[in-house]
Design a protein around this ligand. Sequence first.
Ligand code: BJW
Length: 221
Amino acid sequence: MEIVVLTGAGISTESGLGTFRDADGLWTHYDLNDVATAEGFGRDPALVHDFYNARRANCADAAPNAAHNALANLEKSATHNLTIVTQNVDDLHERAGSRTVIHMHGTLTGALCAACQHRWRAPLVMDPTDLCPRCATPATRPDVVWFGEIPYQMDRISELVAASDIFAAIGTSAEVYPAAGLVELAGGETLELNLEPSARTNSFDRRRFGPATEIVPEWVV
Ligand code: BJW
């Protein structure tokens, strides 16, 4: 049984990490054009680093919740092959014990040189004057996927979703593409697990609504 689970910010919100588009979400406090585009980074790299430094600190203080734990346990069961495709840049799936996790929008723990594309482990606090360890250019940015950039491992993700027996989307608004369109590629049964209906809820075969810490452990049992 091949299971692919797509996760979004809603799975981590009960761990204390905010979502983007809910009331009081990150995009109600920040203009995404300023902090989640390469153009915004070019205009004001200090603002972007402040945004991600704060999120890195929040993430370090957070712990996986019952939904992350339930998915990690599902992966350990010998009868399933589970791949988690996450839009989240936090590492709560890994810290819960999940081993097969694809971060399609990058990670808070990654640093990327905008000049030479070298990647390395990000320090807790990043600064516009940080130099790339390979080319020594002060072009260090978080290794996350901003609007207008191509998400990571899309070919592998598309193949996994198409070949899946079950595709479940957890805690995502389905407002951001290409993640929102993955349900259309799914070869098997599709299920939405979310606090409320997402923008693509009608594309799923089945749906359950409620907090992830309740509905994900119930689904996994
Ligand atoms: C709970 C809960 C609880 C709350 N329990 N649930 C097609 C049509 C229109 C536009 C486009 C299109 N294709 C591409 C675009 C452009 C653009 C886009 O989608 N724009 C839209 C806004 C219209 N997409 C892109 O630019 C992407 N790149 C791209 O398309 O490249 C071209 C290409 C791709 C592939 C092949 C070929 C070419 C890149 C998108 C990058 C997104 N980056 C961000 C920020 C960086 C990472 C970071 O800083 O964290 O990623 S934006 C932000 O949104 C972040 C998230 O990963 C992403 C998704 O958000 P998510 O996770 O869904 O969170 P929310 O807040 O939206 O929703 C939370 C949900 O949880 C809600 O439903 C709640 O109800 C629920 N919830 N509490 C369960 N307790």
